[in-house]
Design a protein around this ligand. Structure first.
Ligand code: ADP
Ligand code: MG
Length: 238
């Protein structure tokens, strides 16, 4: 179980406030999508949830427990970035197992988890290859595999598909949705792509300049936007 609450989260860099008094609840097991223009604070909010960034004010709660002082590695969260950041000198198997190895997981356990994740992502035949021998879509699968092996309560995706071509983006979108269905894990997904938001989300959070403009089910936001910005962003009819 992993329900996430943001209570009065603010964040400033130097004197500039980039996240302002954010209140949000993300239901356990749901797929939540953050959308909004570049620079509106999506990545910062994700990094605060992951513990990679400290909030200037407010509380992050996972399953109703404040986690502000909990280490990123102890939050049960795994993050998938836009840049795959795979180690070029390691094969896929080693890349996927690396985090577990550093955390001291026994070898046999790592092997079992990597095998299972590779099956889920259908990359079993790629396990002995190096990243340079993979396509963009395959690399992104490995990056997701690296998150799966950690068996997290929450997956955070930061624009994971923006380096892929349009066709592959559609395919990966469907695969990530399937992954969510099969794992049942809470997922938070950042994108600036309205179509991704509308098709993947249980809940869409529309952000602008550090503020949540509106949050709700895709159809609810589309048909009943609170303001012109939300309507414009989601392409609602006027
Ligand atoms: P998004 O992911 O929506 O594009 P970000 O969360 O990356 O937006 O950035 C939000 C704002 O915070 C931007 O104005 C950005 O320049 C600023 N920002 C992000 N990270 C830092 C940082 N480490 N130092 C200073 N400013 C930052
Ligand atoms: Mg970003």
């Amino acid at each position: 179980m992993a329900q996430i609450q943001l209570a009065g989260i603010s964040k400033s860099f130097d004197k500039t406030e980039v996240i302002r008094k954010t209140e949000l609840e993300i239901e356990d097991g749901s797929f939540c999508v953050f959308v909004g223009p570049s620079g509106c604070g999506k990545s910062t909010l994700l990094r605060i949830i992951a513990g990679l960034e400290t909030a200037s004010a407010g509380e992050v709660r996972i399953d109703r427990k404040a986690v502000n002082d909990v280490d990123p590695s102890d939050r049960g969260i795994a993050m998938v970035f836009q840049s795959y950041a795979l180690y070029p000198h390691m094969n896929v198997r080693e890349n996927m197992g690396f985090g577990l190895r550093m955390g001291g997981t026994p070898k046999a356990e790592i092997a079992a988890r990597v095998t299972r994740a590779a099956e889920i992502l259908q990359i079993t035949q790629l396990l002995d290859r190096r990243p340079a021998q993979l396509s963009g879509g395959q690399r992104q699968r490995v990056a997701i595999g690296r998150a799966i092996v950690r068996d997290p309560k929450v997956f955070l995706f930061d624009e994971p598909l923006s380096n892929l071509d349009a066709e592959l983006r559609v395919q990966m979108r469907v695969e990530i949705s399937k992954l969510h269905k099969s794992l049942g894990t809470t997922m938070i997904y950042v994108t600036h792509d309205q179509t991704e938001a509308m098709t993947m989300a249980d809940k869409i959070v529309v952000m602008r300049a550090g503020v949540i403009e509106q949050a709700g089910a895709p159809l609810e936001l589309y048909t009943n936007p609170d303001n012109a910005f939300v309507a414009g962003f989601l392409g609602s009819p006027r």
